[in-house]
Each structure stands twice: as C-alpha cells, then as structure tokens.
Design a protein around this ligand. Structure first.
Ligand SMILES: O=c1[nH]cnc2c1ncn2[C@@H]1O[C@H](CO)[C@@H](O)[C@H]1O
Length: 320
C-alpha cells in the first residue's frame, strides 16, 4: 500500500470542522499527525477544547493538539466569531462535558514548523480556519515554505460573492493579512473557495440517512447538525448545508475530486472589500508592474465532483 499522506488539520471546530476531522480519521489514504487550533467559528481557547473533545469522541487521544494564535497576525483582537453558524459552543449547543486532555506545549505555528522539519515535503496542512498559524510558521521559519508538502486551505470566494459580505469569505476575512502572506509565500498552496464548496450540499434526506445509521460518528453529527441546518435554512435558500470543510479535506485526500487553475492570488486588506481574494491567471502581460506581477502561482479549485464528495462523506461517516 502507498505511504499514507501525513496531514495536520488547522481547525476552528465548528460543525463542518467536526465532520472534516472525523472524515480524515476514517480516510485510509491519510494519517492525521496532529490538530492545530485557531479562532473563527469559535475563539481559540474553545477551538482547542473542541479539538480535544472530538478526538476523545473518536477515541484518538494519541493525536496531539497544538493551540494556535488568539489574535490576528497583526495582533488584532477584534475577531469575527461565527457562533451564529455553529452555536455558542461551536458544536451545535450540545453542552458536552469538558475534555480530559490537554494541548501540547508547542504553539500551533511551532508544531507546524517542527513537523515540516521532521518530514520534509511530506506533510500537508489542511487549513480550515483563518490562516494566522500558517502565516506565523512562514514568518518565523524561512525554510517552512520549502519543507511543508502542501497547504490545502478552505478559503476565498473566487469570482463569486463572499459569505461575510459580498466581497469576503469568512476564513480570509478573519485574517486577510495572514492570508496574503500564505498566498504569496511560494509554498505549494491549493485554495478551495466557496465558489466550489457551495456546490457540495448535504441534503435533509442525507441527514435522515445519517440519523438512521448506528455509526458513532453519524449519531454524533446528527445531534450537532441541527444548528448548522437551521442557519442554512435561514441564510440561504438551499435545502441542505454546504460541506465546506469536508470538501477541502477530501481535496487533500483525493485531488482528482476537483479541477484547478493556477495563478497569483492577492488579498485585499483595506476598505470595503477587505478580505476579497483576487486571482490573476497570468495570461495577459500588463504594461504596468502590478501587485501580482512577481508573485508565485498557487492552485485554485474551479470544479468539484460534488456527487462523489457527498457519497464519500456519507459512506465514511455512516460506516463507523
Ligand atoms: O455565513 C457565514 N458566515 C461566517 N462563516 C460562515 C458562514 N457560513 C459558513 N461559515 C463558516 O466559514 C467557513 C466557510 O466560509 C466554514 O468553516 C463555515 O463553517
């Protein structure tokens, strides 16, 4: 059997994060070597508690959790927390007991650096929240960009409206400066934006199937999904929920589920379009030097085999 891809999930759990984490643990193609935490759907302290809790539910307390930044890369403390999407506890207002485990001593950024150094070119970071930890790793270790295998990130709204406002998607909006550092770093980056994840819908009928399954993960997710479904029913006119984090995770597990284009991405950091991701396809040679001119290319997902993603999510989460 081929060597399993080592992944670290940088996460802000979060209902769809919980799905992605369980999915990763049920994916034989990958080995989860750690979770690192970040604010976004919840504050970082709660993200760490939730990450530990989810590993306890999965009986995988052998996997280390590294706590990430509590502030943005520019030390900003006015964070935008999406508790209205995930519940105040981030996990569908279920009042789970606190986890028994503790995070490791290393910070998330130092953990990412350590693991990239330990397995050069072999570690994929699947970043499911704002990109502060990844940007900190890039800033504090000049060899991180070379040592990290790939950064697969859920973020951006490429040529479509955002979900925070018409310009910005939530993870990029959470720390636009960090996102711009990651996109322009020269690392092997694959961005999966909401232009793609909005095509991947878990329907009410799928959820009924989860409810009927005796699987441990299916039962757990069925409970926490209520809040996520209500939010989607209110905010969008879809009959179901968007599978943001599971889609990004599966793009890392099996890249053939998506197609990509390549070019330079910059992030707007000021004004009413703060958090906007702007992709340049490098087709036209502009007369002027632009803010994109000398920037390395990244991959941006453009299509997804949505039925295949939903099928994998259902299969792997029901048979547990
Ligand atoms: O309307 C929203 N506002 C803020 N965050 C959202 C919204 N919808 C989903 N997410 C969360 O942000 C990421 C995708 O952008 C996902 O992690 C999702 O859970």
């Amino acid at each position: 059997m081929a060597e399993r891809k080592k992944i670290i999930i940088d996460t802000d759990p979060g209902i769809d994060d919980a799905m992605a984490i369980f999915l990763a643990l049920k994916s034989p193609e990958v080995e989860v070597i750690g979770l690192s935490t970040i604010y976004g759907n919840v504050y970082t302290t709660l993200a760490t508690k939730n990450a530990l809790h989810l590993l306890e539910i999965a009986e995988r307390t052998d996997i280390p959790v590294a706590e990430g930044s509590h502030v943005t890369i520019n030390k900003g403390t006015k964070l935008r927390i999406a508790d209205f999407v995930h519940g105040t506890d981030g996990l569908g207002n279920q009042n789970f007991p606190p986890p028994k485990g503790k995070p490791i001593e290393l910070s998330a950024a130092d953990f990412l650096i350590q693991q990239a150094n330990l397995y050069p070119g072999k570690v994929t970071v699947v970043a499911l929240g704002p990109l502060t930890n990844v940007a900190l790793a890039i800033q504090s270790d000049p060899s991180f960009v070379k040592n990290i295998g790939q950064i697969v990130l859920l973020g951006g709204a490429f040529a479509v409206n955002g979900n925070v406002n018409p310009a910005a998607e939530a993870n990029i909006f959470g720390d636009p400066e960090a996102a711009d550092i990651v996109f322009t770093s020269g690392a092997d980056v694959l961005a999966v934006g909401i232009n793609v994840t909005h095509q991947v819908v878990l329907t009410d009928a799928d959820r009924d199937k989860l409810a009927e399954s005796n699987g441990k993960f299916a039962q757990y997710l069925n409970k926490i999904l209520d809040v996520y479904f209500s939010y989607h029913h209110d905010a969008y006119s879809t009959k179901g929920v968007y599978l943001h984090d599971p889609t990004a995770l599966l793009a890392a597990v099996n890249p053939s589920l998506i197609t990509c284009t390549e070019g330079a991405v910059r992030v707007q950091t000021t004004g009413i379009t703060r958090g906007l991701t702007l992709f340049y396809n490098k087709q036209k040679r502009f007369v002027e030097v632009t803010e994109w001119s000398d920037k390395p290319s990244v991959k941006v997902a453009v299509t997804v085999d949505a039925p295949a993603v939903v099928k994998l999510v259902m299969e792997r989460l029901t048979h547990s």
